[in-house]
Write a protein that binds this ligand. Structure first.
Ligand code: DON
Length: 574
């Protein structure tokens, strides 16, 4: 039976007192404590949402390990952070056990069996606007529930019911909507009404206000089925029936067979040495690990510390590295179960050195215009990352998404969760940019059962062989460059972790040939210096929202949530 792996677990049938206490307090008052940084010797949880951080900490305090806490956090996010934390999506986990074993779990969505290479193109081969981004056809087969079951079966130490029950209670009894969540729900009221076959409860007359109580009975029922039957409670039976009925009502293509066939996949992490550090990150179907490894290996050949933090020179050099890495991404990276990704070549320091050999500090190298396309403004998308370390030293770095804010905007009628719009992460046609301006070709073409290429980059760093950093962020294509900059800020520029996370970021991705700067990254003189090198610049209000943990020299854990950018991120330790 799914629920209990061994007899010790079987003994645990009733829920703990603290769990019930948690449920009773499931509509908390606004946080009194500062959101970040937090310190603790016995465990640390950093997530994008107060209830999620609270349940992660609770599970650690009840004796659960970092993996138990991750499962509880993930299910709580699906209730209290529906923007991104939903069970209708997927994600990636990179872990490092207390014994030092590192690995990765891929629970990315897959293309349904009826998906075809040209499904988002009209008869002339042009992209049909919005089809891969909104509505039923934009959804991939969700991976989260299968992913969490894998985590629990391999690493869980507490009964599964104990981990999911807090989320069930909060879904049933309701939680107070934060200002951020209210604002985001209000932005999409029209889309919710337009694409849904039944009006979801997220559509609210007069809009949502901070402090409103959000009660989600259908979601509570879905979570109960998962509690009682495990992943089968999602991929088969009533939940699967509801998903398939939703698809049939709205013109989608996910079938019972697609759901029943879904599997999460354990993979070796991409691990590279950088000076006295070792960096573990996510392999395909995410591009994140290879891209970050290439950026770090490339950076090792330059003296970034001497160039300084956020100077025109360091931004120019990072841009040059990034555009080469993203050009590789567009051509060579896709789901390695379907496409022969040249891992060895891409991670060979000689290859990277040769590729970066023509970088000049005097002038920008123009990106090839061959695949250039019109890029939409980056807005209204959301992913979420959390980092957890337990007292024994197990570390979990997990990034998860439904892609855009509320994914496809389609809520499965009767099941209470939004479906992703992850199909937009495929290359709809060679060279046609997706919502993040990313282009791709054969490696990331749509095929039945294939995973769309991601940029999610849950990452763990060792220093001198010991756990040092756990980090990740949302931000679409900027995820890779954001994680890279936090690493450089700490490892090269000597910034404290909070400062490293809060510092303004930059981003470049080959195409479009432009440097994106976060407000405050450079003053006018600095921007002029970059323009003089031949760079085009644009400035946007914010890039990403890193949640990170650092193991300090005195053995304590420091938890850092980004608290300068909008959102509800919070770090808590004990
Ligand atoms: O997998 C990816 O790379 C994208 N679907 C992630 C989307 C994202 O980060 C949106 N959030 N800010």
């Amino acid at each position: 039976m799914f629920m209990f792996r061994d007899s010790a677990k079987a003994l645990f049938l009733s829920l703990s007192v603290s769990l019930l206490l948690f449920a009773a307090c499931s509509a908390p008052e606004p946080e009194a404590l500062p959101r970040s940084p937090a310190f603790g010797a016995n465990g640390m949880v950093v997530t994008a949402n107060p209830e999620a951080t609270a349940v992660g900490l609770q599970i650690l305090q009840e004796g659960g390990n970092a993996f138990d806490a991750a499962i509880a956090v993930k299910y709580m996010l699906s209730v209290t952070y529906p923007i991104a934390g939903n069970i209708g999506g997927g994600g990636f986990m990179v872990y490092r056990t207390a014994e030092g074993e590192a690995g990765a779990l891929d629970f990315r969505e897959t293309a349904p069996a009826a998906a075809t290479r040209d499904m988002y193109l009209d008869e002339e081969g042009n992209l049909i606007d919005g089809l891969s981004r909104i509505g039923h056809l934009s959804a991939g087969v969700p991976g989260t529930v299968a992913g969490m079951e894998e985590v629990w079966q391999r690493f869980g130490s507490l009964p599964f019911a104990q981990l999911i029950e807090p989320a069930i209670q909060v879904a049933e009894q309701g939680h107070r909507v934060t200002a951020f969540n209210a604002e985001q729900s209000n932005r999409f009221q029209e889309e919710f009404a337009e694409v849904n076959t039944q009006l979801p409860l997220f559509v609210k007359e007069g809009g949502w206000q901070e402090g409103d109580l959000l009660v989600q009975p259908d979601l509570a029922e879905t979570l109960r089925r998962i509690r009682d039957e495990g992943a089968a409670g999602f991929y088969t039976g009533t939940t699967a029936d509801l998903i398939v009925a939703e698809m049939q009502a709205g013109g989608g293509i996910i079938t019972h067979e697609d759901l029943a066939a879904y599997r999460a996949v354990w993979r070796p992490a991409v691990s590279v040495a950088y000076k006295n550090y070792r960096i573990h990150s996510m392999p395909p179907s995410s591009s994140g690990g290879i891209a970050i490894a290439q950026l770090m290996l490339g950076s090792a050949d330059f003296d970034f510390a001497a160039l300084g933090h956020l100077t025109p020179e360091s931004i120019h050099l990072m841009t040059e590295l990034m555009r080469r890495v993203y050009a590789d991404r567009a051509t060579h990276l896709g789901d390695s179960d379907f496409y022969d990704v040249p891992f060895e070549m891409l991670l060979d320091p000689q290859y990277i050195r040769a590729r970066n050999a023509d970088i000049s500090m005097e002038a920008a190298t123009p990106s090839s215009a061959i695949k250039e396309g019109e890029v939409e403004r980056i807005e209204s998308f959301e992913t979420t990352h959390f980092s957890i370390v337990d007292g024994a030293g197990n570390a979990v770095s997990l990034t998860t998404t439904v892609n855009s804010f509320f994914g496809s905007k389609v809520m499965v009628a009767g099941a209470g969760f939004f479906l992703n719009n992850e199909m937009d992460d495929f290359a709809a046609a060679p060279g046609v940019p997706n919502q993040f301006g990313l282009v791709g070709g054969e490696a990331n073409a749509i095929e039945p059962g294939k995973r769309m290429l991601s940029s999610m980059s849950p990452t763990i760093v060792e220093r001198n062989g010991a756990l040092y950093l756990v980090l990740g962020t949302p931000g679409g294509s900027t995820i890779i460059t954001n994680v890279y900059q936090v690493l450089m800020n700490v490892l090269e520029h000597g910034l404290g972790l909070q400062q490293a996370v809060d510092a303004p970021k930059m981003h470049a991705q080959w195409l479009p040939d432009v440097i994106t700067l976060e407000e405050g990254a450079l003053d006018e003189a600095g921007m002029e210096a970059l323009r003089a090198l031949g760079h085009e610049l644009r400035v946007i209000p914010q890039i990403g929202r890193v949640q990170a943990i650092q193991l300090l020299d005195d053995g304590r854990l420091k938890g850092v949530a980004d608290h300068t950018r909008t959102g509800d991120s919070v770090a808590r330790g004990f």
